[in-house]
Design a protein around this ligand. Sequence first.
Ligand code: ADP
Ligand code: MG
Length: 462
Amino acid sequence: MNDSDFSSLPLHKDLISNLASLGYREMTPIQSKSLPLLLEKKDVIAQAKTGSGKTAAFGLSVLHHLDLKKYRVQNLILCPTRELADQVAKEIRKLARGIHNIKVLTLCGGMPFGPQIGSLEHGAHIVVGTPGRIEEHLRKGNLSLDNLTGLVFDEADRMLDMGFKPAIDAILEYTPSKHQTLLFSATFPAEIHTIANRIMQSPVTVKVEATHDNSTIEQVIYQLDNSASRIEAVKNILLEQRPNSAVIFCNTKRETQEIATELANIGLSALALNGDLEQRQRDQILVQFANKSTSVLVATDVAARGLDIDALDIVINYQIARELDVHTHRIGRTGRAGSHGKAYTVIFEKENYKLRALEEYMDQTLTISPLPVSNKLDNTPYKPPMVTLQIDGGKKQKVRPGDILGALTGKGGIDGNNVGKIAIFDNCAYVAVSRKMATDALHKIEGGKLKGRSFRVRRIRG
Ligand code: ADP
Ligand code: MG
């Protein structure tokens, strides 16, 4: 038995035996670092990149501490979006398979209110939800947190990004003074530490550095004749792979723009991200990429710093980065726990020495693959699955994510499944909707009201 065996933990044996049936053979690094503390009921701040198994870390601890006989809400898990709340609830139900009759309830905005009241009347052990809707149920007296022993903030950074701070503050007013508070996030902007200091009791911080794992990232190297064109190679890769989220890294600002323009010219959805952009433009580009209404981001390393995008399908290196550690950092942005990431690198024959240096640095053999042949490709460009609507109202106008969800999915509106990420800024907000529902969604917001008034809305063309 070693430290990464689940059986080294003082976890209920029913939970442990079920893990084996889920194929969870050993703990991921963030799980082995955080679970012992979580089980001791410490307040914990845990940081690890997307896909590192954070849900099971807090999920197991939440399940372990439940008093099953008590049919009261004992744990509240806050997530930034309905999608994430659904994923968390699903994972917890999976982890709970070994235990009888655990009731996990999701309460999210954009879903009809009435049935949620009904479910709350039936009772639950664990509630997973988005802050706006939870706050509303608390305010209306549908949900009581009097028996709460644990509170989890999942993807805390994104909740703040989405303007949920006021809702979170309001929720905290309803929590009993003594409970375990857990904060999970992929990044930790300063604002989170301020919140943590206020609401947590001597929190312990655990952190797993975002190192890459060679085994889950497939590196594909394309070597070009010295006379060939890198941009043609990149087009071929995109048309062959057709990724919904790809980042192309290059070394200069000028290249970012040139490449994005070339790709747009053949009908692909690509935007340049570089240090010349104003903050507002940068926000808008990142929003469009993160919400899947732009497929390709062409970025310099500096501009991509702090970029936290989950589930990049592929990374393309327009060249090998000048610094080898930068190169490994680039490719580490693809590849999630349990799934395979792909990193493509385009080099010229004359750059072969750089490839050898990279092999040595990464202690890995890198073989050269034949480039996809362009006349064998489906050359029709592809469109991103979502489009972005910009609403001319934001935090200053007190527009909240729940208001936008409500306006879109209310009576005669579109199905909530067609609503993607919502981002609220000071004076504007962005919401992603499925491409096929774009016009309906636009009309729904145009014709409806947010916070009792109409706002201008338009579709952003990537
Ligand atoms: P995060 O919240 O850190 O982004 P998730 O909790 O969504 O990551 O986990 C990513 C994937 O890894 C999920 O599919 C999950 O089922 C799987 N997973 C989690 N823990 C383990 C483990 N110990 N062994 C194998 N797979 C795991
Ligand atoms: Mg997560």
